[in-house]
Ligand binder design. Structure first.
Ligand code: HEM
Length: 244
């Protein structure tokens, strides 16, 4: 089978699953950015804030169906990524990764470090899921009570060390995406002539846009907790504790 037997076939699977994950990140980043908009409309922390509505949308049963599909997208992307890396390291001593001849891919730091970046992205993802997903959607799934998402934002990003860790993660994701998005076009053969340079620029712009959405929501939550509304976290915590 083409997808499994050839290096190009595997790269194709890698490109399609990567494109799917990029769409997820665009949606996820946009909903997170709602929390920044809420700060400007005075609704950060309010039950009818835009971010709260976005999280409620993500908890709809129809969106829940997407969760196993999303997980499968990650598993395929990671599985094929490991497979491609192991094969290429074996075949070429780790110097040149893919069968597609490309000076650009061989030159850039991100291209040579896609596997390392991928491992960093995945490692921190578990940490992230423990911060948010385990306290929201997993609770919905298991009959528990989902926690207030504004409270989780403040609790997580209010701490400068955790914020710093997340920023390192975002940089790794940016590098992984900027190369991966461009590489996707190369895999499907759109790397000829003048588009070669243009696609690189477009890839950097798309990756930067996604990461800026995440950085803005994390930095905003830090500012809210430490400077703008320092009492909000305690108020949300108190509201979450049922009165005895
Ligand atoms: C400022 C940055 C981020 C914030 C504030 C944030 C926030 C959240 C929240 C609130 C949830 C739970 C949603 C729910 O259960 O309804 C969640 C889940 C999740 N996040 Fe993030 N996230 C951020 C960055 C990222 C990044 C960069 C990735 C991927 C590389 C990511 C991947 C996921 C995944 C896979 C889930 C579980 C699926 C889902 O619930 O939709 N997140 N995140």
């Amino acid at each position: 089978m083409f997808m499994l037997n050839s290096s190009i076939g595997k790269k194709f699977v890698q490109a399609v699953s990567g494109a799917f994950l990029i769409l997820f990140l665009l949606l996820h980043g946009t909903i997170n950015f709602f929390s920044v908009i809420d700060s400007f409309t005075g609704k950060f922390g309010a039950p009818d804030g835009l971010f709260m509505k976005g999280c409620e949308f993500m908890a709809l049963p129809i969106v829940d169906i997407m969760v196993p599909i999303l997980a499968l997208g990650f598993v395929i992307h990671i599985g094929f990524g490991i497979w491609l890396t192991v094969e290429n390291v074996r075949a070429r001593g780790g110097v040149k990764r893919y069968e597609v001849a490309s000076k650009g891919a061989a030159d850039s730091w991100s291209a040579r470090n896609m596997a390392v970046l991928g491992v960093m992205v995945l490692g921190f993802l578990f940490f992230h899921l423990a911060h948010f997903w385990a306290k929201m959607q997993l609770q919905d799934f298991t009959g528990g009570e989902a926690e207030n998402p504004y409270m989780l934002l403040l609790q997580t990003f209010g701490n400068p060390w955790i914020l710093g860790g997340y920023i390192v993660w975002f940089v790794a994701i940016f590098l992984h995406l900027a190369h991966g998005f461009w590489s996707m076009f190369q895999t499907i053969g759109w790397n000829g002539g003048k588009w070669f340079g243009r696609l690189k620029v477009i890839s950097v712009i798309v990756a930067a846009l996604i990461i800026l959405l995440f950085v803005a929501s994390a930095a905003n939550a830090f500012l809210q907790d430490n400077f703008i509304q320092p009492d909000l976290l305690d108020a949300l915590k108190a509201a979450a504790v049922p009165a005895v």
